[in-house]
Write a protein that binds this ligand. Structure first.
Ligand code: PLP
Length: 375
């Protein structure tokens, strides 16, 4: 038996989506930019997907731009908003994803921006008072604060942060890669200028996602070439990926309530089983607060043993796929920058289990049994 508990890294593609894509690959091959009837059919696929996604987020289709995934959407927002709007100061979190941290740090190294890091509490929750201070003391700022952290599951209050950004006339980008398809969004109620989404985090294929760009902000394209995406993102559209992205979102939101309940149940069950079976297991940040953390992620750390460094490898050999991370830097392994911020200097091995609609209680029983064998 093998179980897959690494759904925050990526999810399996829903079988219905694989079927739809393979049918579409047989029949729709034309370039959506071609003006003949074949091309027009492809164009309809792309535009219907955009309309569907916009409906699900309660926004206009004009604010959705297809990309190759979350990394591109993050890079596009950061680089274009900062350069096009002549921004000289940006704020982010030290626990942001590298798709956000690295482009911001590059712009800082190039002397384009001053980069500030906003404080957070022991669980990774942003200090709103520090955010206000940083905004008050600086010129017009670009703020990038992720919705949910992919490693520790901490969720930020996008509504409040958006209101603060509006008060200080800041541009607000949020990396929502771990939450689109898992939480509802009403763009009419959020003051967010940019968001990023990636289909493979909610049972769509890899290499496709979108950038949400509010009507209030204009940028020039990051990728230049043809006139696709209304001149905002050049390159022949990934029509199968785009159709699959829209279908994955539709499936996610159609069954959201039941799915959230089911996955929260799995997470709760795993917490209970781990607490019973593994002495001194501990959980990162707010992971055990089921309603106030990313419900798909359970990030824990275990007592240090002589196999600490090899825990993930051993679990893999025993048939359990999950993600690891160590807070400390050891040897060639730099460790996780997120865990190092949350639990500094810890030698306790950290493991992230992450769940999807396709996991079962049996998967969790199996993973806990295998962990027991190692401790
Ligand atoms: N941002 C976050 C929070 C993520 O978890 C990921 C994926 O690991 C990304 C960005 C990058 O997304 P993609 O894999 O679609 O480039």
């Amino acid at each position: 038996m093998k179980v897959y508990l690494d759904n925050a890294a990526t999810t399996p593609i829903a079988p219905e989506i694989i079927e739809m894509m393979s049918e579409m690959m047989k029949t729709n091959f034309a370039n959506p930019s071609s003006v003949h009837s074949f091309g027009r059919e492809s164009k309809i696929i792309v535009e219907s997907a955009r309309k569907k996604i916009a409906e699900l987020l309660n926004t206009s289709p004009g604010s959705i731009f297809f990309t190759s995934g979350g990394t591109e959407a993050d890079n596009m927002a950061i680089k274009c908003a900062i350069q096009n709007h002549k921004i000289t100061h940006a704020i982010t979190l030290r626990i942001s994803h590298h798709a956000v941290l690295y482009p911001l740090q590059d712009l800082h190294k190039e002397g384009v921006i001053k980069l500030s890091y906003v404080d957070f509490d022991k669980d990774g929750v942003v200090s709103l008072s520090h955010l206000k201070e940083l905004l008050a003391d600086n010129p017009r700022t670009f703020v990038s604060i992720m919705h949910a952290n992919n490693e520790i599951g901490t969720i930020q209050d996008l509504k409040k942060i958006g209101e603060i950004c509006k008060e200080f006339n800041a541009i607000f980008h949020s990396d929502t890669v771990q939450t689109i398809g898992h939480y509802t969004f009403n763009m009419q109620e959020l003051n967010v200028d940019f968001m990023a989404a990636s289909a493979h985090k909610f049972h769509g294929p890899k290499g496709v996602g979108f950038s949400y760009i509010s009507d209030n902000i204009k940028i020039k394209p990051l990728i230049r070439g043809g006139g696709q995406e209304r001149n905002m993102r050049a390159g022949t559209e990934n029509i199968y990926g785009i159709a699959a992205l829209a279908m994955a979102m539709e499936m996610a939101y159609e069954n959201l309530e039941a799915e959230v309940k089911y996955i929260k149940g799995l997470k709760e069950y795993m917490i209970k089983r781990l607490k019973i079976e593994i002495a001194d297991v501990q959980f990162y940040a707010k992971c055990t607060d089921i309603d106030n953390s990313l419900y798909t992620v359970l990030s824990c750390h275990f007592p240090e043993t002589d196999i600490s460094e090899m825990l993930l490898f051993n679990l893999d050999i025993l048939g359990v796929a999950c993600s690891g991370g160590s807070a400390c830097a050891s040897g060639g392994n730099k460790g996780s920058h997120v865990l190092a911020e949350i639990v500094p200097d810890s030698k306790r091995p950290g493991i992230r289990f992450s769940f999807s609609r396709y996991n079962t209680k049996e998967d969790i029983d199996f993973a806990v049994e295998k962990l027991k064998e190692l401790f």
